[in-house]
Design a protein around this ligand. Structure first.
Ligand SMILES: Nc1nc2c(c(=O)[nH]1)N[C@H]1C(S)=C(S)[C@@H](COP(=O)(O)O)O[C@H]1N2
Ligand SMILES: [Mo]
Length: 322
């Protein structure tokens, strides 16, 4: 029999007024000056916001060479967006990475960041703690490309092809002890390379955590690439997590440490504002953020509006966890 199955993300679309993204060039210049970027780093006029940066300039600002020879990896067709793929330019020029900037034009602030060589450790409640460098990741794991939807708590969304491998494969290597209940993850800490880390109103380093059951879910992806290339700096080079059924802030970038623990760890956004950024942070359209509704979302680039879908449309994989 051949009939149309309505997938959870095939919902009726509403086109609502565009979100306006605030660009204040003077403010940005003042900030760059205050952190000494204008004088030292030799950014081009367009990267300083005098004119729109070209894709070539954005690519040059974020590019990471190491690992490139391995790409691209085969796409796993099990995963579909159910929507149009976000144009690469729209994703690469609009990112959240607070270590570098509280603006979305993170690519303008990453020139001091050196993501290679890189090492990260997996430690804590496991029988076989290990340290991995990038060659280990490309050599020891089976990487693939996956088309995932991404939903930020701020209501923007995108559809992008990530490259990576299941976090469960990583955890299998370290052999977790039965007492391990949570996976705690930390981003690098280096104020010389990441300007915002000079500001101590944030609880650096950025940290996140999920339960071990969530980490073992096949959707949880240790991610090294996007659009068939290594992650550019602003997307969280050289290795990040992607958890597509949760708000984007759980998908921690540029990971240096993963620790298995028996107690729920403190996490970056949750400790700053627990009312606005819950620990669990599953995508739930019916649960408003205290300052805005979560009922709809808008796509980077096209600004198309969609209704938000529970678990970002990944209920088949994760609903049984909750
Ligand atoms: N270390 C770190 N990881 C982070 C963030 C951050 O500021 N620092 N921002 C998060 C947020 S809010 C989102 S929406 C996603 C965005 O991923 P992208 O910028 O690659 O699209 O990264 C998440 N990971
Ligand atoms: Mo986000």
């Amino acid at each position: 029999m051949n009939y149309f199955v309505r997938r959870p993300w095939d919902l009726s679309q509403k086109h609502i007024t565009e979100e306006s993204i605030f660009h204040n060039k003077q403010e940005r210049r003042d900030f760059l000056k205050s952190i000494g970027v204008i004088a030292g780093a030799g950014l081009s006029a367009s990267l300083l916001g005098c004119q729109k940066a070209t894709l070539e300039e954005i690519d040059a600002a974020g590019e990471v060479e190491e690992g490139k020879k391995n790409y691209p990896f085969d796409r796993n067709d099990k995963f579909e967006y159910g929507r149009a793929e976000t144009a690469r330019r729209d994703a690469v020029e609009f990112t959240n990475f607070y270590e570098f900037s509280t603006s979305k034009e993170v690519y303008q602030y990453v020139d001091q960041f050196e993501p290679t060589p890189w090492k990260f450790s997996v430690e804590g409640l496991c029988r076989n703690p290990m340290t991995f460098d990038l060659d280990d990741l490309y050599g020891q794991f089976t990487l693939e490309e996956r088309a995932y939807r991404h939903r930020c708590v701020e209501t923007w969304a995108m559809c992008v092809p990530w490259t990576g491998f299941p976090m469960s494969d990583l955890l299998a290597k370290v052999d977790p002890l039965p007492a391990a209940k949570y996976v705690q993850m930390e981003t690098f800490s280096n104020a010389d390379q990441a300007p915002t880390q000079k500001y101590d109103e944030y609880p650096w380093p950025y940290s996140e955590s999920i339960t071990i059951e969530e980490a073992m879910n096949p959707l949880a992806l240790m991610t090294t690439g996007i659009y068939g290339k290594p992650l550019p700096k602003q997307h969280g080079a050289p290795v990040r997590l992607v958890i597509p059924w949760k708000y984007g802030f759980k998908s921690i970038k540029s990971i240096v440490r993963i620790k298995l623990t028996d107690k729920q760890p403190t996490t970056f956004w949750n400790s700053l504002n627990p009312n606005e950024y819950g620990f669990q942070a599953n995508v739930e359209p019916e649960v408003p953020h205290p300052r805005w509704s979560q009922a709809t979302e808008w796509m980077l680039g096209t600004r198309e509006r969609f209704n938000t879908i529970k678990y970002n449309g990944y209920g088949d994989y994760v609903a049984s966890l909750y």
